[in-house]
Design a protein around this ligand. Structure first.
Ligand code: HXC
Length: 264
């Protein structure tokens, strides 16, 4: 529950939805090791909790996250970062089975942009500001930014963003396919987190084995050739015929009723 972590707020705002709010406001949610260790704990817990079907990660109105913590990094030496596997904390997220939705308002810069890119779905407020400004610090993105952006936005834009460090807007992010959509505020209040929670509730209402298989299949598109990805999809599809949820889902359709998925 709340108060368990120093840099995060955890809540269950709707059935099946775990909301993880980055909460280091004084540093615009800069991602230091302490925060990332907590985030990993929270993600592992949610992934292992049968009552959770989807995870939402958000920040504040001002910042989703303004990057890795520059003050923590500045004095590190090559031997430290190599031997101590700096950024090793950043690899756990890709092992989470449950869908993760990023609700981005304000700054999502550097590692903050990369954190959003590691999520499965990104929704953004019109105020969202994305970017990989690492070049201005004498480094390059290290949390997957060059690789994920190149796959999503293509070479020319990924190069431009990486080499100039310029920010990009929510409108550009939507046009380029970095995010699903922009969520407009209502009466001056950002609604992106509410919308992400609604999406999480919808996903959590489905058969969870199929949801996780769907995530695995889409991810295969980013990690394999088309032929291999199609095989992964086909095998997962076949496998779902061994689940009760497939029998229930198809029976419910034929009987003109709502399915009652038991996630088995
Ligand atoms: C440490 C940070 C920080 C960061 C902000 N702060 N970003 N501290 N690391 N990434 C701190 C500031 O030092 C300041 O602390 C407080 O948060 C408020 O920030 P301000 O700069 O005063 O706010 P503002 O003027 O509104 O400017 C907002 C901003 C700016 C444009 C987002 O803070 C900024 O440019 N931040 C750095 C963005 C960046 O370069 N990110 C990439 C980091 S490298 P005090 O104590 O002064 O109040 C990176 C590598 C990733 O992410 C690779 C590994 C995964």
């Amino acid at each position: 529950g709340a108060g368990q972590y120093g840099n995060l707020l955890i809540s269950r705002p709707g059935p099946g939805v775990e909301l993880i709010t980055l909460n280091r406001p004084k540093a615009l949610n800069a991602l230091n090791s302490a925060l990332f260790i907590e985030l990993n704990e929270a993600l592992k817990k949610a992934d292992g909790d049968a009552n959770v079907g989807a995870i939402v990660i958000s920040g504040s109105d001002k910042a989703f996250a303004a990057g890795a913590d520059i003050k923590e990094m500045r004095d590190k030496e090559y031997s430290d970062v190599y031997k101590n596997k700096f950024l090793e904390n950043w690899t756990l997220m890709s092992t989470i089975r449950k869908p993760i939705i990023a609700a981005v308002s304000g700054y999502a810069l550097g590692g903050g942009c990369e954190l959003a890119l590691m999520c499965d779905i990104i929704l953004a407020s019109p105020t969202a500001v994305f970017g990989q400004p690492e070049i201005n610090l004498g480094v390059i993105p290290g949390g997957g930014g060059t690789q994920r952006l190149a796959r999503i936005v293509g070479k020319s834009r990924a190069m431009e963003l990486t080499l100039t460090g310029r920010n990009f807007s929510a409108v550009e992010a939507e046009r380029w396919g970095v995010i699903s959509r922009i969520i407009e505020p209502v009466e001056g209040k950002q609604k992106v987190v509410d919308e992400a929670i609604e999406m999480g509730k919808l996903i959590a209402s489905k058969g969870q084995i199929a949801v996780q298989a769907g995530k695995e299949a889409v991810n295969a598109a980013y990690e394999s050739t088309l032929a291999e990805g199609l095989k992964v999809e086909r095998r997962l599809f076949y496998g779902l015929f061994a689940t009760k949820d497939q029998k229930e889902g198809m029976a419910a359709f034929a009987e003109k009723r709502k399915p009652n998925f038991t996630h088995q």
